[in-house]
Design a protein around this ligand. Structure first.
Ligand code: ADP
Ligand code: MG
Length: 228
């Protein structure tokens, strides 16, 4: 049996608030293997983003256990989380989150700078990732000089640049028109065909149908699961 890429055991997430605490995840168990394409679905407020933030080491869990690539990451320091996140996880967001004053090339290069690679290696890697998303001829453009779909392509290249173990995408088509959204989902699907593990958060059933596995959340719990 292969090692699970992600293994979440009885995960709880509590947000302490002044008026009352909010329990956003109430005992989630989930195993994801390398190469899977999983959609996390459910209505607004069901806990999708919270689950993605925990899986992506963007936030601590309150209770339970999280193993990433066989390593217990349940109680790491912020620094340890940042390092694993940078090296093992690529992120794609609804609002692209590109740095406005940096070119497409510089935005893609950013996650690599952490490890101070030789300039030639950096240029080679960034160029190949931009090519993978069809953005070779836009490397010098600033985000505002790109369409939404092009910005999301740059963000996908950025997510790929450190050869992550998985890519997490939170509503990646949320700010795009239907046609452009379909192109982005097709691009993500082609990355999965090449072996990349994808977890895609969406409330859009059309988008969710492209995943081979769908996890449906409801009120902080996994309500059901579907496989294509
Ligand atoms: P979804 O992404 O499915 O819309 P979220 O994970 O964003 O759901 O939210 C799940 C629940 O947790 C909601 O009730 C939301 O109000 C609450 N919540 C999310 N983030 C925070 C936070 N940072 N502080 C307090 N409550 C939060
Ligand atoms: Mg959300």
């Amino acid at each position: 049996m292969t090692t699970a890429l992600i293994r979440l055991s009885d995960i709880e997430k509590v947000y302490p608030m002044e008026a009352e605490t909010v329990t956003a995840l109430k005992g989630v168990n989930l195993r994801i293997d390398p190469g899977e394409f999983t959609a996390i679905m459910g209505s607004s407020g069901s806990g999708k983003s919270t689950l993605m933030h925990i899986a992506g080491l963007l936030d601590n869990l309150s209770r339970g256990r999280y193993e990433l690539e066989g390593r217990d990451v349940s109680s790491l320091t912020q620094n340890q989380m940042a390092q694993i996140r940078n090296q093992r996880i690529g992120f794609i967001f609804q609002s692209f989150n590109l740095l406005p004053r940096c070119s497409a090339f510089e935005n893609v290069a950013l996650p690599m700078l952490y490890r101070r690679p030789p300039a030639s290696h950096l240029r080679e890697k960034v160029t190949s990732c931009l090519a993978m998303v069809g953005m070779t001829d836009r490397a010098d453009h600033l985000p505002r000089q790109l369409s939404g779909g092009q910005q999301q392509r740059v963000a996908i290249a950025r997510a790929l640049v450190n050869d992550p173990a998985l890519i997490l995408a939170d509503e990646p088509t949320g700010n795009l028109d239907t046609t452009t959204g379909t192109e982005i989902i097709r691009l993500l699907g082609s990355l999965n065909d090449k072996g990349m593990t994808l977890i895609l958060v969406t409330h859009d059933p059309e988008v969710g149908r492209t995943a081979r596995r769908r996890i449906i959340l409801r009120d902080g719990r996994i309500e059901r699961e579907q496989r294509a």
